[in-house]
Design a protein around this ligand. Sequence first.
Ligand code: NCD
Length: 335
Amino acid sequence: MAKRVYRPPHNVVAGRDMRNPFLGKDVISILDFSRSDLELLFRVADAMQKFRRSKIDLLSDKVVALAFFEPSTRTRLSFETAAKRLGANVIGFSAVEATSIAKGENLADTIRMLDSYADVIVIRHRFEGAAKFAAEIAENPVINAGDGKQHHPTQAMLDLYTVRSLFGRIDGLTYAVVGDLRYGRAATSFIYALTLFEPRKIFLVSPPLLKARPEVIEYLRKRGVPFEEVDSVDQVIEEIDVMYVTRIQKERFPDPMEYEKVKGAYRITLNLLKKGKDHLKVLHPLPKVDEVAHEVDESKYAAYFVQAANGVPVRMALLSLVLGADLEGKLGLKL
Ligand code: NCD
């Protein structure tokens, strides 16, 4: 998914790009990256932890455009925080109504304009393929912050980073991905991301109507990843280390009646979690609605607030790698 014409930023020392696989690259799907790319990202994110509440001027000559055509809280604000902690300037919008799209401007023209103002475009859109489309138009890198039900690669990056921080590893663990696997882009990207590592097993847990899409199942088969589709968490609670819960994506149902059939289909309670392993952790991309009981928030199982907080150092790492910040010179990091 490299740009048509690869042009390293002017401040890049010749040769460094060989060691930074993110440099100038679009981030459309988590499958655009390899395990070693993600390991590098995680190392840089570790280094960013020190600056998540302060500032490190790695990108003070850069402008980051946030083009959010769809609602967002964490993704947009953590990208904005990340950019500002790195000294970059931020432009953008968080509602279509506030842009010329509301006047009938097309997406291509909006992207072309943002591309002429900023050094990187972070885009969220309700249409699948919107980020890829934007990447084809823009000369500068485009980062997908969620396109319809399809991909949410930066969420998967921070999800895996969170697992790595909690367990010290991603390999060898048993995962349950619970909820709306049909319309959930965070769940889909998390499943794809796990295929880059060596999970012991992935349980796909969903009501029958919300099963993972055929292309995802096909991909797991092709990669030889051990997985099983089940319809209730009770069946697997004793076996799992990580439970990744997701919200039913009400807004993506083509037919509201279909949503009525599945709403409230699953709920994670403390009593259920107590049947699991002592070290079991619950992740959730958030926002959660009613699929996780409030009592879980204060328990040892809840990892979703730490996970959301990790959005900042992981996105700091991603922005600095994509924009070719001088990580070696300024942080002493070996890429
Ligand atoms: C997710 C999304 O937008 O896909 N949220 C997020 O980015 N943290 C999940 C969701 O909306 O349910």
